[in-house]
Design a protein around this ligand. Structure first.
Ligand code: MF3
Ligand code: CO
Ligand code: CO
Length: 259
């Protein structure tokens, strides 16, 4: 029995507000990403911005249902640098340098409703390898989003993403997935980024979930840091990710994490 929540029009309206604030935050921080800045400085700028726009961060003190960290997450956002796959914790001693690639993942709560999105950023000139990884990850994500419509199988999202990424000889991270979102941070279902064709459940109008593929230049295996949050590639290869919160509409879909 599926416990996937079908959101009401009123709930959708609120989740749209949270999605918008999340997107505004990701837009705003772009101009601050440069060599010499620490990831903690970026995190603090985003925290101030979210609070002054009527939201709060969903990440601060988040326990992850004991799935990931033993302790609550300590910061406002996740900033995942180079070989970090996801859930990198912003730090004062982590200073951006020319050539770095990073994912910034923001989840805001507005009046109790959640919006979750992330993007890649680059510092100065980055290698051709890094540029191609980011471009292919973005394309794979868009191909996955194109599968969202009522009546389609969730598995077809992961099928489309993995077919494309693997055709370019990249690998799809298995240990972290997309998820239902809106009334809670992480709801059912898990949204796999690698899946078999036509596997259940099916999408229905009113469902809201994230698609957030993590694609590695090397192998897909991840390892968890001693901090119990930071996930890195086991082979130290670069990793990229993009994320949107998406609503299934009567005819198609609507991306909610847009300004
Ligand atoms: N925003 C992440 C996701 O896309 C989850 C971060 S949990 C945190 O699901 F506690 F690390 F912030
Ligand atoms: Co998410
Ligand atoms: Co996220």
């Amino acid at each position: 029995m599926s416990k996937i929540i079908i959101k009401t029009p009123e709930q959708i309206e609120w989740i749209r507000k949270a999605g918008k604030l999340t997107a505004m935050t990701l837009d705003m921080i772009g101009t601050y990403v440069r060599a010499g800045v620490s990831t903690l400085e970026l995190d603090n700028i985003m925290n101030t911005f979210i609070l002054s726009n009527g939201g709060i961060s969903a990440c601060i003190d988040y326990k992850g249902g004991n799935k990931w960290g033993k302790w609550g997450y300590p910061r406002c956002t996740c900033i995942s640098l180079n070989d970090v796959i996801c859930h990198g914790i912003p730090r004062a001693d982590e200073i951006l340098k020319e050539g770095d690639i990073l994912n910034i993942d923001v989840t805001t709560i507005v009046d109790g409703y959640f919006g979750d999105a992330s993007r890649m950023y680059t510092v100065g000139n980055v290698s051709e390898k890094a540029k191609d990884l980011i471009a292919v990850t973005k394309k794979a994500w868009e191909i996955g989003i194109a599968e969202v419509r009522p009546g389609n199988f969730f598995g077809n999202i992961g099928y489309a993403i993995s077919q494309f990424a693997e055709s370019r000889w990249y690998s799809v991270v298995r240990d972290y997935t997309g998820h239902g979102v809106g009334l809670e941070f992480h709801e059912e279902p898990y949204v796999y980024h690698k899946a078999a064709k036509n596997t259940w459940p099916k999408m229905q109008a009113g469902m809201i979930f994230t698609i957030e593929p993590m694609i590695n230049l090397g192998k897909y295996a991840s390892k968890l840091d001693k901090d119990n949050w930071t996930a890195k590639t086991k082979d130290w290869s670069l990793s990229a990710q993009f994320e949107h919160t998406i609503l299934v509409t009567e005819k198609w879909h609507e991306i909610l994490t847009v300004v």
